[in-house]
Design a protein around this ligand. Structure first.
Ligand SMILES: [Mg+2]
Length: 229
């Protein structure tokens, strides 16, 4: 076998961020009676995804601190509806951060693929995020036991795409870059980051976005990993 260890991204690659956040947002919309404040559920969801993606993209490129996502996300969403209530936006933010990781929806075929891979390779999660939040997601979705270790940016002291977080993961598990392959959905953090650490890459691209970067493999579904791993 060419590879001896698999590095996996968590959000959007294994843990179904989209579905889990949507379920949480629908609950919060209901709980805080946002419809009575003139915010329709579908518009609330659309605004969340647009603003959340913008903030995460800026965070990934090192342009803002993570606390800005936490403190500003719902405030900016409210502002798009002409609602200026910072205290309420912080309540939603706290609830969202607490409740969303407790959702257990996974990307299609995730468990079947991890069951297939586990006897063949040690697997390591490499994720930008806080220890407790990412651990909660792994436990609530029931996939924690598949992984030899969980490397978060908080623990490694560097976040993807910095090569140091990948080096940290390999040093900890006792492998060299040429023995590893990184599987993830983000061209900057997962793919460019791993390539910069001389690690081969699998771009998980379920939505068929344009792929300008050189990747070793591109897959639309996790089950395609069985074709070469
Ligand atoms: Mg991801």
């Amino acid at each position: 076998m060419k590879y001896q260890v698999l590095l996996f991204d968590l959000d959007h690659t294994l843990w179904d961020y989209e579905t889990n956040s949507r379920e949480t947002l629908i609950e919060l919309h209901e709980h805080y009676k946002l419809a009575e404040k003139g915010i329709l559920e579908t518009e609330f969801l659309t605004a969340f995804y647009r603003i959340n993606n913008e903030l995460w993209d800026q965070y990934d490129r090192g342009l803002l601190h993570r606390d800005v996502i936490r403190n500003e996300r719902f405030h900016r969403i409210f502002q798009t509806f002409g609602l200026d209530n910072y205290a309420l936006s912080l309540k939603l933010s706290d609830d969202y951060i607490h409740q969303s990781p407790q959702k257990g929806n996974l990307v299609e075929d995730c468990v079947e693929i991890l069951e297939y891979l586990q006897p063949r390779y040690p697997m390591v999660i490499v994720t930008n995020g806080f220890e407790e939040i990412q651990a909660t997601k792994l436990h609530s979705s029931g996939i924690h036991h598949f992984f030899k270790s969980i490397v978060t940016s908080a623990r490694a002291g560097h976040k993807k795409p910095a090569k140091e977080i990948f080096e940290f993961a390999l040093t900890e598990s006792g492998f060299q870059p040429h023995q590893a392959i990184m599987i993830g959905d983000n061209l900057l953090t997962d793919i460019a980051g791993a390539a910069n650490a001389n690690i081969d890459t699998v771009f998980f691209n379920p939505n068929g976005q344009a792929c300008p970067t050189t990747v070793n493999h591109e897959i639309k579904a996790l089950r395609e990993l069985m074709n070469f791993l």
